[in-house]
Design a protein around this ligand. Structure first.
Ligand code: 5AD
Ligand code: SF4
Length: 467
């Protein structure tokens, strides 16, 4: 997807073929938004909209937004500011442009967006994407639309199934949302308000979608959920299934060589899920398990309902089940009341765990969340200082992890052509890009390689030839 929202060049009035319109979709934020954008794109294709990377050609510009931190929403408002000119230029050439805002900012701000950004014709929340084509049609009729109710019907049932050609055009890996929403109410987090309470998709729907993906040539599926390991549903055996059982079922689908899931909450890692890590070779040995802070006092204020020791014990159990599992996490620095000692506890926890990767953020007060109203907010300068120290530690761990792989053999899923001729880029079981010789195999193949060199962001390899 194109990363720039506007261009300097004036809009070119290129007529789309009759009945064929174009949509420019820009995605912000998490992987679930990436998945949602694909489903919206499929739904719009059924209504005659072809995707374009050239914003000036777009009859519909849709921003799929993120509200998790402050800057994300501000980026959306400045993008909308830039769209005003584009819309005027196209109108001068006799072409209508519908501007829509989807995603979590749409859900959280609703009418505020319509008030603050007159360029917007359509605001649609994540629970009503199945109504998007109809909302666009109404917007073309001159209405300004706000669709942010939590729909009673199951949106997934009403969204068209992903088409084989469009699935494969996106690559050999795919996301599949199995769960949405969150009931945990961490005090810093806006997700329970923007995505609503936890909903799990039924087993049959998930299996059918995974089979379609495999049939289209997808080799790796990442199951998505805000709180994915809280997924549950009734299995075909009439029993209540958790994510562990679901993974066992998906592992039976021919062609799906790799399974992943994200994001997990430490409180919902049950025995069946840990057993899946032990018993399923296709479940990749990589786990994103955010803790946010290493200080029990801060964890309590965050309403995480677990301690640092609980988390460390859990990791011990997971590592006992799957020794080569690599850990990833999320950290927030500068939560209200965080002292130097609290921050040092976070640094110590990171040293104790040893992460292969981690994401870290300065605390950003979100309106309507309990954290925003807490006392003792931390100075920006202190947040910056802590973030830099934490990121330096994580960067060192990430590099150490990569260097530790030099000389070892691993399976790599070949994903795309490399930057240099004769090379391809694949992915390691631990989500690292691996540079592979073109002769090693085709896109979609899983090849055995030996790692020859490692940097922080990629590994270099040579094929291991059968003797
Ligand atoms: N401020 C900073 N980081 C946040 N996250 C969620 N809410 C906030 C916030 N208000 C981070 C958490 C979460 C990740 C997706 O984003 O670390 O796990
Ligand atoms: Fe937000 Fe995750 Fe906490 Fe849910 S579990 S409230 S999504 S941080």
């Amino acid at each position: 997807m194109n990363d720039t929202i506007t261009r300097d060049a004036p809009a070119q009035a290129v007529e789309a073929p009759a009945g064929q319109k174009k949509v420019f979709l820009k995605t912000y934020g998490c992987q679930m938004n990436v998945y949602d954008s694909q489903r919206m794109s499929d739904a719009l294709a059924a209504d005659g909209y072809q995707p374009t990377d050239v914003i000036e050609d777009a009859d519909l510009v849709l921003l799929n937004t993120c509200h998790i931190r402050e800057k994300a929403a501000e980026k959306v408002y400045s993008a909308l500011g830039r769209l005003k000119q584009l819309k005027e230029d196209r109108a001068a050439a006799g072409r209508e442009t519908i501007v829509g805002v989807a995603g979590c900012v749409a859900q959280a701000e609703g009418e505020e967006i319509i008030r603050r950004a007159p360029v917007v014709d359509l605001v649609i929340g994540p629970q009503t994407y199945h109504r998007l084509p109809q909302a666009v049609r109404r917007a073309r009729g001159g209405e300004r639309i706000i669709e942010t109710d939590y729909a009673l019907e199951d949106k997934f049932e009403h969204l068209p199934a992903p088409k084989k050609a469009s699935v494969r055009a996106r690559g050999v890996t795919a996301f599949l949302t199995v769960q949405e929403g969150c009931d945990k109410f961490c005090t810093f987090c806006v997700v329970p308000y923007t995505r609503g309470s936890e909903v799990s998709r039924p087993v049959s729907q998930i299996v059918a979608e995974a089979e379609r993906l495999a049939d289209a040539g997808i080799r790796e599926v990442t199951l998505l959920g805000q709180n994915v390991n809280a997924w549950h549903g009734e299995g075909p055996d009439g029993r209540e299934w958790g994510l562990g059982q679901l993974l066992f079922r998906l592992a039976e689908i021919p062609g799906l060589a790799r399974l992943r899931y994200t994001t997990s909450h430490p409180r919902d890692m049950d025995d069946a899920l840990i057993a899946a890590h032990r018993d399923l070779p296709s479940l990749m040995p990589y786990l994103h398990l955010p803790i946010q802070s290493g200080s029990d006092r801060i964890l309590k204020a965050m309403n995480r309902k677990h301690t640092a020791a609980d988390y460390l014990r859990l990791i011990e159990r997971i590592r006992a089940a799957r020794a080569d599992i690599a850990m990833s996490g999320d950290f927030i620095v500068g939560f209200p009341g965080e002292t130097d000692a609290d921050f040092e506890a976070t640094m110590q926890l990171i040293r104790d765990v040893g992460y292969a990767q981690a994401f870290s953020f300065k605390y950003s007060p979100r309106p309507g969340t309990p954290g925003a109203d807490m006392k003792f907010h931390v100075d920006e300068d202190v947040k910056t200082e802590r973030l830099l120290a934490l990121q330096a530690l994580i960067a060192k761990q990430q590099l150490d992890f990569a260097l530790g792989l030099v000389g070892s053999e691993m399976d790599v899923l070949i994903e795309k052509p490399g930057r240099n001729a004769g090379q391809r880029v694949g992915k390691s079981p631990w989500l690292q890009p691996v540079i592979v010789d073109e002769m090693a195999g085709e896109i979609g193949d899983i090849v055995r390689v030996r790692i020859t060199k490692a940097g922080s962001n990629s590994l270099f390899s040579e094929p291991v030839r059968a003797e």
